[in-house]
Design a protein around this ligand. Structure first.
Ligand code: NAP
Length: 326
């Protein structure tokens, strides 16, 4: 039996499963993350931690958790956890890959279509009673998507799912960046690996699907936007700090790129000053990439399965650092 802390609301099913396995579960059924001081106090006797991407689990928290054996993040991205420090202390860390891949790719494509065809602007136009006559060239002319070039920055699980939608559903040519060559995706979709400058120069739509790391932080700045086509759109369903948001605002205002659709923000949940007021050529969503009821439930189940395995001394299916442990 282990002492488990669940930092935020995850629904009763996951909590129940951990309790049925005989663990002593402290469930903080709240939708706000704890302050650092609260988290430090809460983890004092914790052996298993279930946390969300808004819980920052860094050295300050790990120092306060001398009994911690495993952290199960209910997210695929794990930039909120200092995995390196956890590994040195023998703490297992797991994430929730795969179960959210298609759902997040759906959302990326929803944003892509929304910005290209100006769906939110059209909706606001109708509701404002502005539709008075059909016009051949209306004020809300959009961009073609079919047959265009899609650049996927970060051809991993979600990047490949976005690329598949583009290539197979919309006849798009796919360019990508990744650390390695993605042979299977290249064969399936005739996708081509490119350098980032090449991808930016050629793509009509650029989808960001990299994890947030020191290398990808502010990967997109004014300098990057200047390499894109003035008719290009940027879609970010990865992590906010990959884009320097102030620079994006300049790029949109000055017409350096055509538009952007963002699911994630640099200082989430806030948007950069000016961005919230800017409605044209910008579509925004409150971090909804994996947010369907079915998928969020699967993420919780995955995190619980990982934690139960780890606490039982078995390899968690989605361990991130099993090989790095001392
Ligand atoms: P993944 O399979 O690990 O894919 C990430 C890809 O990025 C990998 O192919 C990796 O290349 C590539 N990459 C890493 N650093 C790079 C760099 N500097 N330049 C170019 N490519 C780089 O992860 P995933 O499951 O697709 O998830 C991707 C990210 O999406 C997550 O980390 C998370 O932050 C975000 N996400 C957001 C939501 C949301 O709600 N908006 C939902 C789910 C995920 P190699 O494989 O060659 O190393």
């Amino acid at each position: 039996m282990a002492k488990i802390l669940i930092t935020q609301h995850i629904g009763e099913a996951g909590v129940q499963k951990l309790r049925e396995a005989g663990h002593e579960v402290t469930y903080r059924d709240e939708t706000e993350p704890m302050t650092l001081a609260e988290l430090q106090t809460a983890v004092r006797y914790t052996e298993g931690l279930v946390c969300l991407l808004t819980d920052k689990v860094d050295t300050a928290v790990l120092d306060a958790a001398p009994h911690l054996k495993m952290i199960a993040n209910v997210a695929v991205g794990y930039d909120n956890i200092d995995v390196g420090v956890a590994s040195k202390r023998g703490i297992l860390v797991s994430n929730t890959p795969d179960v959210l891949t298609e759902t997040t790719a759906d959302h990326a494509f929803a944003l892509l279509l929304a910005i290209a065809r100006r769906v939110p602007e059209a909706d606001a136009f109708m509701r404002a009673g502005s539709y008075e006559k059909f016009e051949m060239f209306p004020p809300l002319l959009g961009l073609d998507v079919y047959g265009k070039t899609l650049g996927v920055v970060g051809m991993g699980r979600i990047g490949a799912a976005v690329a598949r939608r583009g290539a197979l559903g919309f006849g798009m040519k796919v360019l990508y960046t990744a650390n390695g060559v993605k042979t299977a995706v290249e064969q399936e979709l005739s996708a081509q690996k490119a350098t980032l400058p090449e991808l930016l120069r050629q793509s009509d739509f650029v989808s960001i699907n990299v994890p947030l790391t020191p290398e990808t932080h502010h990967l997109f700045t004014l300098e990057t936007f200047r390499q894109m086509k003035p008719t290009a759109c940027l879609i970010n369903t990865a992590r906010g700090p990959v884009i320097k948001e102030d620079d994006l605002l300049v790029a949109l205002r000055e017409g350096i790129i055509w538009g952007a659709a963002l699911d994630v923000f640099e200082a989430e949940p806030k948007m950069a000053p000016g961005l919230a007021e800017y409605h044209e050529r910008l579509v925004v969503a409150p971090h909804l990439g994996s947010a369907t009821g079915e998928t969020r439930q699967k993420m919780v189940e995955t995190a619980v399965t990982n934690l139960l395995a780890g606490l039982a001394g078995q390899p968690p299916p989605n361990a991130l650092n099993a090989e790095q442990l001392p």
